[in-house]
Design a binder for this molecule. Sequence first.
Ligand SMILES: [Zn+2]
Length: 125
Amino acid sequence: MSALAAPFVEGLARHELRYQSCTACGHAQTLARYACAACGSAQLEWKTASGRATVHSATVVSRAPSDEFRALAPYTLVLATLDEGPRLMAHAEPGMRIGDRVAAGFFTHAGRVLVRFARAPDWPN
Ligand SMILES: [Zn+2]
């Protein structure tokens, strides 16, 4: 684990989805960086997301890229747009469609806590 991503990973352990927010321009990003991807400012703070998101794209992985994930295959991955703005690639329940409203959940696999999105149809878009 890199020191840069530590707050994100620590958040997962507490079942929190964290992201970086730029205090200079308000841009939000889920991949930990040293600077804001939008304006280059290094004034970044970590925030905890609501976990609510919309599916941007979905794919079924039938051949796992590593031994670690082979036990899970086939599995669904989504690129989800968090309500706070940034996008996150994560596991999801099967049958996801673009535009589905989802909620972040968490599961532990091979000693790591991972995000898994599930449908949340009662939430407004
Ligand atoms: Zn910025």
